[in-house]
Design a protein around this ligand. Structure first.
Ligand code: GLN
Length: 409
């Protein structure tokens, strides 16, 4: 038999530039070594019963064919109503909302809708690892701006450095607040500074808001002060004066309603951008799961008490895990929002984060995500690992017991 002649590269240059997701790989490694998985950020506890029931009802009621490409009307109406309730913004569900397969698709569809080859996109570093492939897939040129940490572990950027990253080729900046992986909640002053740059350089802002309700206050329900003492508030870039018309909000049911496997997200953007996002979304996926959008309409109409409870639960988990990590030898502050802790592991004396992560998974039995996967300059994350704490109390307890082993020897 003659060998088939293969003279062309069968693999595209774009896909050759992508590396496999380290976050997802860590979940596979955790399963292989039976490690407690504090790597990938998904809850291991049950999703809210009522929301699941609505999904089952929607399937039984035969919402099983394609939904309207840009989303079930009742779900888009619920998104508009919730956005008005929490952010005070008026959004037209007919012209400014696209329902997507998770915020993952929302971000890439948004970027592909807006960005042309070679246009620059500003990214804070460390960043959630998907943004790097998003930049590649949308042919953008990334411009990285570092986030630094104070001695107390709070993250900040240098305004001069951010300003220097903007120029005439800047098409957009990507922000994520509350932030994955740092837990930073951008302040009003920081948001206004970013907004002013967007206006000055005629740039868009893509904002990943999936942790909007996971934010820590200074005081707990029981009156005890917690580790963060300033009263933090989530600010959406579209709320800043003059920014709604240049902001693409990416959000999802995943984290707020603990249904990461449903893959239901949404993009809120001005009508011209929404029009383009809907086309990209249509040809990529046709649409997100119809019955789950019906359940989503219910989820988004839950009363404010649901969000208070969510916040309280995560605050207790944060206040449990941070001292455990510090006691085991990790250097970290308490995150202001989201459900991750980015830690410094330099005191453990490992060559790099990947070696340390292997040791953690195989010898200690706790899976984490190597810090370098959140940096384009891998050396910046080489002494860092990220923990997530969106887990049952017993999972966190089991991790705490295993982490004790780090202190021996
Ligand atoms: N956002 C979560 C994380 O950072 C999960 C990401 C994913 O795997 N889709 O871990």
């Amino acid at each position: 038999m003659t060998q088939p002649k293969i003279s062309k590269s069968r693999i595209s240059q774009k896909s050759l530039r992508l590396t496999e997701s380290v976050i997802r790989e860590m979940s596979r490694e955790a399963a292989k070594y039976d490690a407690v998985n504090l790597g990938q950020g998904f809850p291991d506890f049950a999703a809210p019963f009522n929301i699941k029931e609505k999904a089952i009802e929607a399937i039984a009621a035969d919402h099983n064919q394609y939904a309207i490409t840009w989303g079930v009307k009742s779900f888009r109406d619920a998104i508009a109503a919730k956005t008005k309730r929490f952010l005070g913004l008026d959004i037209d569900p007919e012209a400014e909302i696209t329902v997507t397969c998770g915020s993952t698709e929302g971000m890439i569809a948004g970027m592909m809708a807006c960005i042309d080859e070679g246009e620059e996109v500003v990214l804070f570093e460390p960043f959630y690892e998907n943004y790097a492939p998003d930049v590649i897939l949308s042919d953008a040129k990334p411009v990285h701006v570092p986030l630094y940490q104070t001695a107390e572990g709070n993250w900040y950027f240098e305004k001069d450095e951010l300003r220097a990253a903007f120029n005439d080729r800047t098409k957009a900046i990507i922000i994520c607040t509350p932030n994955n992986p740092t837990g930073k909640v951008f302040s009003r002053d920081e948001m206004e500074f970013i907004a002013d740059l967007c206006k000055e350089f005629d740039a868009l802002c893509f904002t990943d808001e999936i942790y909007e309700h996971i934010i820590y206050r200074g005081e707990r329900e029981d009156g005890q002060m917690t580790m963060a003492t300033n009263n933090l508030q989530h600010i959406c870039m579209a709320q800043i004066d003059g920014m709604q018309e240049r902001t693409v909000v990416v959000n999802s049911l995943s984290k707020t309603y603990s249904v990461t496997g449903w893959r239901v997200g949404y993009v809120i953007a001005p009508p011209d951008i929404t029009n383009a996002v809907r086309k990209i979304h249509d040809f990529l996926t046709v649409g997100a799961a119809n019955p789950l959008q019906h359940a989503g309409a219910y989820a988004l109409s839950l009363p404010n008490s649901y969000y208070k409870e969510l916040q309280k639960e995560y605050q207790l988990k944060r206040d449990f895990i941070v001292p455990v990590l510090q006691d085991a030898g990790f250097k970290c502050g308490a995150p202001e929002g989201a459900y991750y802790v980015m830690t410094d592991v330099s005191d453990f004396g490992f060559a790099n984060d990947v070696e340390f992560t292997k040791y953690m998974i195989r010898e200690i039995g706790v899976a984490v995500v190597p810090g370098s996967s959140f940096y384009h300059d891998k050396s910046l994350g080489s002494q860092k690992v990220r923990f997530c704490f969106c887990k049952k109390d017993e999972t966190l307890q089991a991790a705490a017991e295993r982490l004790q082993k780090l202190k021996k020897g």
